[in-house]
Design a protein around this ligand. Structure first.
Ligand code: ADP
Length: 585
């Protein structure tokens, strides 16, 4: 497809015409010095130059989609209204984005227009990452929370990294550092943004070209008192960061030159910038309990050899070490958008990745447009509620029940060959214990204990959300059986909600193993759409969605219920109605 990507700022239009098949921009440029919001005429002139191309759709970069859009959307009146509602959160950007959308709609009324949000990738941040520690009611009523930005960049480099490493994104833990004039870091755990350094606004986090990033709130209050609100805002947004510390300007090239010539403020600016990035890499590695690759992108990440070296040094303790020659030579290009600068033995890869937000916007636009034409005919999916349970391996079974012990079948459960055993164990956490936890057989290679969020609180543990079988670096737990105790250093998880399917079911639903889908629960007292539902396909699986007791309670589900699968990229027909309703709610 040929997609026109528009990024409308307050006085400029950045555009690219992208061939999504070849993943290249056939035309690109910037129209500058425009009157705020007056985009119709310049856009008309631009389209005049593109007469020879058959444009299929327009993708608009939209800065703020609030917390409701976790995906790109075809623009209709409702989506436009939602973008307008977010103006207070992005007063400079969203009005310009809307003006661009309106101009494009007027000039290209027959083409689908799609909004791709900077915030979407972060829209499902866990509450513990999104929440600021202030009065909860006040925060909720004023929409004060972490939204995060640069989502298109972080999502794009995640996809490029997965492609480069030859592994699906939902098996990887990544730390993406977008270092340009604006800068942010994102912790990406198995395909999802789980924390990011920009907050309610783009002012939080890293040191940037002209923004201070993290700063004691007391300093902000003091500046506001002494200088007045507007001057304080101007100072923190436009006169701080690299420019503020160095006194040279925001361009790192100039600062590096002066630093080499002995300028102390230039050296300090570089040191503070690098230290802040290092701090976030350490923090996010800790939050995710491990990391597979650290990604550097953006103008600074892609080009500054010196800054990369400063950021990535002395991380050997966590398995990351770079090769200086590779760092020196690293140059990303269209042919090589990812360059690995790690030493061969490094457990954690250091990657330089080309930032290409426009390509991501074009691909998302294509996905939405194609999805809109897909006709979906899914039948309902039966839902089973999994109470907390444990899968044991031979060693664990013998430690808990004595040597030579064998499990006794209590009853068979829905997936063929699986059974609930008569045996139960206790879970012991730092805060409390839970008895009578059922063991599910047969034995497995690795011991895995699955609990709900409420159980987590009872035990006083922090269990990561994981696909079944993926227990590396998960939480520790103590198990107790009649013959003894077993201290597991890992194995405790909150299971990701998932659907078991046979290959035939998968074909019928048009999904494949490891896809993520949504499932709508309708007709009960508390309708709900479950997002991030993992599809698991195997010959022996019987069609069934598994959720835990907390999730079932949230939707007030009891036995015999079922849900409707909603295609991630098919806002068509009845499922579009469900989806749109979910968006409004
Ligand atoms: P934006 O956030 O505006 O898109 P970019 O991603 O283009 O910004 O990054 C701009 C930053 O990249 C500037 O600070 C610039 O100094 C820096 N940069 C670009 N090339 C180099 C280079 N060769 N060495 C050091 N810094 C560079």
């Amino acid at each position: 497809m040929i997609i026109l990507v528009l990024n409308c700022g307050s006085s400029s239009i950045k555009y690219q015409l992208i061939d999504t098949m070849q993943e290249i921009a056939v035309e690109k440029g910037v129209i500058e010095r425009l009157d705020a919001g007056k985009f119709r005429q310049p856009l008309e002139e631009l389209l005049g130059q593109f007469k020879d191309y058959k444009i299929d759709a327009v993708g608009h970069r939209v800065v703020h989609g609030g917390s409701q859009f976790y995906d790109a959307r075809q623009i209709n009146d409702e989506v436009s209204a939602a973008i307008r509602n977010c103006i207070p959160l992005a007063p400079l950007h969203n009005p310009a984005n809307l003006a661009g959308i309106e101009a494009a709609q007027q000039l290209l009324p027959d083409l689908p227009q799609v909004a791709v949000f900077d915030t979407a990738f972060h829209a499902r941040l866990p509450d513990k990452s999104a929440t600021y520690a202030i009065d909860k009611e006040l925060a909720d009523s004023h929409g004060i929370r972490r939204y995060g930005f640069h989502g298109t960049s972080h999502a794009h480099v995640m996809e490029m990294t997965a492609r480069f490493l030859g592994r699906p994104a939902n098996e990887l833990r990544l730390i993406s550092c977008h270092l340009g004039n604006g800068a942010s870091v994102c912790a990406i755990e198995f395909g999802h943004s789980v924390d990011t350094s920009m907050g309610m606004t783009p002012m939080e986090g890293l040191v940037m070209g002209t923004r201070a990033g993290d700063i004691d709130a007391g300093v902000v209050l003091k500046l506001a008192r002494q200088l007045g609100i507007d001057a304080a805002e101007e100072l923190l947004n436009r006169k701080s960061g690299l420019a503020g510390i160095s006194g040279i300007g925001k361009d790192l090239r100039d600062i590096e030159q002066q630093a080499a010539a002995g300028n102390e403020r230039a050296r300090l600016a570089i040191a503070v910038f690098a230290q802040r990035v290092r701090k976030y890499i350490g923090a996010y590695a800790a939050e995710m309990g491990g990391v597979d690759a650290v990604i550097l992108t953006g103008g600074i990440g892609q080009n500054s050899v010196q800054m990369r070296q400063r950021i990535l040094q002395r991380f050997e303790f966590m398995g990351l070490s770079t090769n200086e020659d590779l760092n020196l030579d690293a140059q990303v290009s269209h042919e090589h958008p990812v360059v690995d600068i790690s030493r061969p033995q490094a457990r954690v890869r250091s990657l330089v990745v080309a930032c290409n937000e426009e390509l991501y916007i074009a691909k998302e636009t294509e996905r939405v447009v194609k999805g809109a034409h897909k006709v979906s005919q899914p039948g309902p999916i039966p839902i089973a509620v999994s109470a907390r349970h444990a899968h044991l391996n031979q060693t664990a079974l013998e430690a808990l029940f004595g040597p030579g012990h064998q499990l006794t079948v209590l009853k068979n459960i829905s997936q063929p060959g699986q059974y609930a055993a008569k045996e139960c164990i206790s879970l012991i956490g730092p805060r409390g214990r839970i008895d009578k936890v059922r063991i599910l057989g047969p034995l497995r290679k690795e011991t895995q204990v699955e609990i709900s969020r409420s159980d987590e609180f009872k035990l006083g543990v922090d269990a990561p959300i994981r696909d079944s079988g993926n227990v590396r670096d998960s939480a520790p737990i103590v198990l107790e059986g009649p013959a003894g105790r077993l201290e597991l250093s890992e194995g405790l998880i909150c299971a990701r909600r998932h659907i078991h399917m046979s290959p035939q079911d998968a074909a019928a639903y048009g999904v494949k193993d490891k896809d993520e889908v949504e499932v709508a629960i309708e007709g009960g007292p508390r309708d709900l759409v479950f997002g991030d539902v993992l599809v698991r396909v195997k010959d022996t699986y019987v069609l069934e969605m598994h959720i835990d007791t907390d999730e079932a309670n949230a939707a007030e589900l009891d036995g015999g219920m079922s849900g409707d699968l909603i295609y991630k990229d098919a806002p068509a027909g009845i499922h579009a109605a469900l989806r749109e309703r979910h968006v409004r709610d």
